[in-house]
Design a protein around this ligand. Structure first.
Ligand SMILES: C[S@@+](CC[C@H](N)C(=O)[O-])C[C@H]1O[C@@H](n2cnc3c(N)ncnc32)[C@H](O)[C@@H]1O
Length: 334
C-alpha cells in the first residue's frame, strides 16, 4: 500500500513468492510504482521489503496501459549518457593510459581474432570506443556503434586526438540498417552488452546483416550462470535466483557502476534482460550463422561480479575456492 508516497505495506512485495530479480521486479497496481531504496545499500528495486522505500513515480506504462519498450531504452540511454564521463575519468578505463598507447583489449579477444590488419571490423555497443580504437591501432578498419550520443562524441574526440581513423555511428543496435550500409570481415561485441537488448533474434539478425560471408563474429560476455547467485553475499556463492528469466526486463536502481562503484548518479534506473546461453546460441543459429567455438571461463574482466573476487597478475579476476564459469565467448561465421 502507498500512503503519502511512502511504501507502508511490506507483504505485497512477496506476492510472487520470494523477492527476486528473476520474478517480476516491477509491480503493477492501479498505477506503476517503483521503489527507491537507500543508495548506500546498493539493493535493486523491489527486492528488500525491510528497507523503507520511496515512490519515484517512474510510470513505465503508456496511455493504453502497455509497458512501452521505448521507455526501457530511454531510461537506459539516460543512464549510459551519464556514465560516459564517469567512466572516462575512472581508473578502470584508464583513458590516460589509452591515450599514451595502452590497449584496452584482453588476451581472450586478441587470441580469438588474431591478426586483424587490413580487415574491416564492426564493433556493436562500443561505449566510448577504446576497444574499437585499440583494434584500429592493430590495423583494422573500424566502425563503432553505440546508442549513447555522449559516448559516440567522446569516441570521435579520442580518435581525433590519437590520430586514428575510425567511423562512429550513434543509434540503437536494432536501428543500425537505417544508418549503416556494407558488410564486415569481423563483427565484434563484448562484456556487458546483451543485457541491454530485449530481443536476441533481432540482434542475431543484425549480426547476420553486417557479417560478410566467411567473416568472423565474436562475442565475449559475462556468464548468465553467475546471475543465480546472491551478488551481495560477502564470501560465498549462495543460489538466490532462477537461471531462466521471466518476460519482463529487470529493473535496477542505485548509484555506482562497474567502473566506479562510488559514483553518485542522477539517472539511477536501468532495465536489463537476462539471456541464457541457449537463447543466444539458438538466436545465432536461427539467423543462419555457424557456431565455430563456444568457450566458458573461470575468470572475468570484471572484478565486481562478486564482492570477494580477486584480480590476478594476468588482469583477470577469479573466485577463490570456486571453479565456476564467469564469462563465455562465441565465435561464429556466416
Ligand atoms: C557495458 S558497455 C560496453 C562495454 C564495452 N565492452 C567497453 O568496455 O567499453 C555497454 C554499452 O552498450 C550501449 N548500449 C546499451 N544499449 C544499447 C542499444 N540498444 N543500442 C546501442 N548501444 C547500446 C551503452 O551505451 C554502453 O556504451
Amino acid at each position: 500500500m502507498i500512503e503519502n508516497g511512502k511504501f507502508i505495506d511490506k507483504c505485497f512485495l512477496n506476492f510472487k513468492g520470494v523477492p527476486s530479480r528473476r520474478k517480476t521486479p516491477i509491480f503493477n497496481f492501479t498505477m506503476m510504482v517503483i521503489f527507491r531504496h537507500e543508495p548506500s545499500t546498493g539493493v535493486k528495486y523491489g527486492e528488500a521489503p525491510e528497507i523503507e522505500s520511496t515512490l519515484i513515480s517512474d510510470n513505465v506504462e503508456d496511455e493504453f496501459g502497455v509497458v512501452a519498450l521505448e521507455k526501457y531504452y530511454d531510461t537506459n540511454l539516460r543512464r549510459w549518457n551519464e556514465l560516459v564521463g564517469i567512466h572516462a575519468r575512472s581508473d578502470e578505463y584508464d583513458l590516460e593510459g589509452f591515450l599514451s598507447g595502452k590497449s584496452s583489449l584482453h588476451g581472450l579477444e586478441l587470441e580469438a581474432l588474431g591478426d586483424v590488419s587490413g580487415k574491416s571490423l564492426l564493433h556493436l555497443q562500443c561505449h566510448f570506443g577504446l576497444d574499437t580504437l585499440s583494434w584500429a591501432r592493430l590495423g583494422a578498419r573500424v566502425t563503432g556503434v553505440d546508442f549513447s550520443e555522449t559516448a559516440i562524441e567522446l569516441a570521435r574526440r579520442i580518435a581525433e586526438r590519437i590520430g586514428v581513423e575510425a567511423e562512429f555511428v550513434c543509434c540503437n543496435v536494432y536501428d543500425l540498417p537505417d544508418h549503416l550500409e556494407g558488410e564486415y570481415d569481423i563483427v565484434y561485441t563484448t562484456y556487458g552488452v546483451l543485457c541491454w537488448l530485449h530481443d536476441m533474434e533481432g540482434w542475431a539478425g543484425i549480426v547476420r546483416r553486417y557479417l560478410r560471408s566467411g567473416g568472423t563474429f565474436f562475442l565475449a560476455e559475462f556468464h548468465p550462470f553467475m546471475w543465480v547467485f546472491d551478488d551481495e553475499h560477502p564470501s560465498e556463492l549462495k543460489v538466490r535466483y532462477g537461471y531462466w528469466p521471466g518476460g519482463e526486463p529487470e529493473h535496477y536502481g542505485g548509484d555506482g557502476s562497474y567502473a566506479d562503484p562510488t559514483a553518485k548518479l542522477e539517472n539511477r534506473s536501468s532495465y536489463e534482460w537476462v539471456h541464457p546461453i541457449s537463447e543466444v546460441v539458438n538466436a545465432l543459429i536461427g539467423a543462419g550463422l555457424t557456431i565455430l567455438e563456444l568457450g566458458e571461463y573461470p575468470f572475468s574482466v570484471d572484478n565486481r561480479q562478486m564482492s570477494f573476487m580477486e584480480r590476478g597478475k594476468d588482469g583477470y579476476s577469479r573466485l577463490p575456492r570456486y571453479e565456476v564459469p564467469l564469462m563465455y565467448s562465441i565465435k561464429a561465421t556466416k
